[in-house]
Design a protein around this ligand. Structure first.
Ligand code: GDP
Length: 295
C-alpha cells in the first residue's frame, strides 16, 4: 500500500537529513518533491496545494531553520499535516442507547459494499447481536451473496420475499424481527450500480428517511483514487454520510483517496478493508497511515 509515495518521501527526508543545517531554499526544493509525490499518488490538486503551503509556512520559520535538527522538525510538521488531512481521531462506529442501532451501507457496485457489511457484522458480533439485511433488490445475486455471508459468519439474515421489490418494506420487516431474535444491530446493504444515477440516489434516500440509520457508511474502492473522492462527494451531498469505508487497501492503491476524502468531503474514513476475507477489516487509523507513508 502507498509504496511509491513512501519511496518518494523517503528520498525527500534522507536528502534533508544529509544536509545538517537547512536553508529556506532546501525546504522549498524538498517541498517541490513532496508536491510531485502527492500529485503522483493521485491526491486532489487543491488539497496538495494547501498542504504544501501549510508545511512551507511552518517549516521556513526561523525556529525550525536555526534549530540543530531541522530535518526532524520538517518531518514532524509533514507528519502533523498528514494527520490533519485524514482527521486525527479514530471514532468507533456509534451505538444507539435505544436499540436497535442501524447502519446503512451505500456505494457503487463492485466497491466491496456487501463484503464490508458482513465484515462489520463479524467485528460487531463480539459485543452485539447483529443482523444483515439485503435491500439491494434489483440484483438477486447481491441478495444471495449476503445470505451466504450471513450464514458463514452465523448472523441472522433478512431478505426480500418472493417478488418483493420495495426495499423499505424489507427493512421494516427486519426491524420488526429484532426484538423476537434479540437483535440489537441492523446492518442494511442497499442498492449499488456501476454509476451514480438519479434512481439509485432516490431509492437509497427514501430508505434512509424511513429507517433513520445511526451510521450511513459509504464504501469506496481505494484503487479508484480521485474517482472514489468524487463518489464520496456526491453521496455525501445527497445522503449525508457519517463515514467512509476504504476497501482494497491491501492492493497497490496510491494513497490519493485516503489522503483526499476527508479534506474534500469533510467526512472521515472510518474503516479500511484490507483483504477479501471476512476478517479483513480494520479501523482506519490516521496515525498508523501517516507512519506507513512517512516510514
Ligand atoms: P459490492 O458490489 O459493492 O457489494 O462488492 P462486493 O462486496 O461483492 O465486492 C466486490 C469484490 O471486491 C469481491 O471480489 C470482494 O471479495 C472484493 N473485495 C471487497 N473488499 C475488499 C478488500 O478490502 N480487499 C480486497 N482485496 N478485495 C476486496
Amino acid at each position: 500500500m502507498f509504496d511509491s509515495l513512501k519511496d518518494r518521501f523517503e528520498k525527500v527526508f534522507s536528502s534533508l537529513r544529509g544536509k545538517g543545517k537547512l536553508t529556506e531554499e532546501d525546504v522549498n526544493l524538498a517541498l517541490r518533491e513532496v508536491r510531485l509525490a502527492l500529485l503522483e499518488a493521485d491526491v486532489n490538486y487543491k488539497v496538495v496545494k494547501d498542504f504544501v503551503e501549510r508545511v512551507r509556512a511552518r517549516a521556513t520559520g526561523q525556529d525550525v531553520l536555526s534549530s540543530i535538527t531541522p530535518a526532524q522538525q520538517v518531518y514532524a510538521i509533514v507528519f502533523g499535516e498528514l494527520l490533519d488531512l485524514m482527521g486525527r481521531d479514530v471514532k468507533p462506529l456509534s451505538i444507539s442507547p435505544k436499540p436497535p442501532t442501524v447502519y446503512m451501507m451505500v456505494g457503487l457496485q463492485g466497491s466491496g459494499k456487501t463484503t464490508t457489511a458482513a465484515k462489520i457484522a463479524l467485528k460487531m458480533k463480539r459485543s452485539h447481536k447483529p443482523m444483515l439485511v439485503a435491500c439491494d433488490l434489483r440484483r438477486p445475486a447481491a441478495v444471495e451473496q449476503l445470505r451466504v455471508l450471513a450464514s458463514s459468519i452465523g448472523v441472522p439474515f433478512v431478505g426480500p420475499e418472493e417478488g418483493e421489490i420495495d426495499p423499505v418494506r424489507v427493512a421494516r420487516r427486519a426491524m420488526e424481527r429484532c426484538s423476537e431474535s434479540l437483535v440489537d444491530l441492523v446492518i442494511i446493504d442497499t442498492a449499488g450500480r456501476f454509476q451514480i444515477d438519479e434512481e439509485l440516489m432516490e431509492e437509497v434516500r427514501v430508505l434512509k428517511e424511513s429507517v433513520k440509520p445511526h451510521e450511513v457508511l459509504l464504501v469506496v474502492d481505494s484503487m479508484t483514487g480521485q474517482e472514489a473522492v468524487s463518489v464520496a462527494q456526491v453521496f455525501n451531498e445527497r445522503l449525508g454520510l457519517t463515514g467512509v469505508v476504504l476497501t482494497k487497501l491491501d492492493g497497490d492503491a496510491r494513497g490519493g483517496a485516503a489522503l483526499t476524502i476527508k479534506a474534500v468531503t469533510g467526512t472521515p474514513v472510518r474503516l479500511a478493508g484490507v483483504g477479501e476475507k471476512v476478517e479483513d477489516l480494520e479501523a482506519f487509523d490516521p496515525n498508523r497511515m501517516a507512519q506507513r507513508i512517512l516510514g
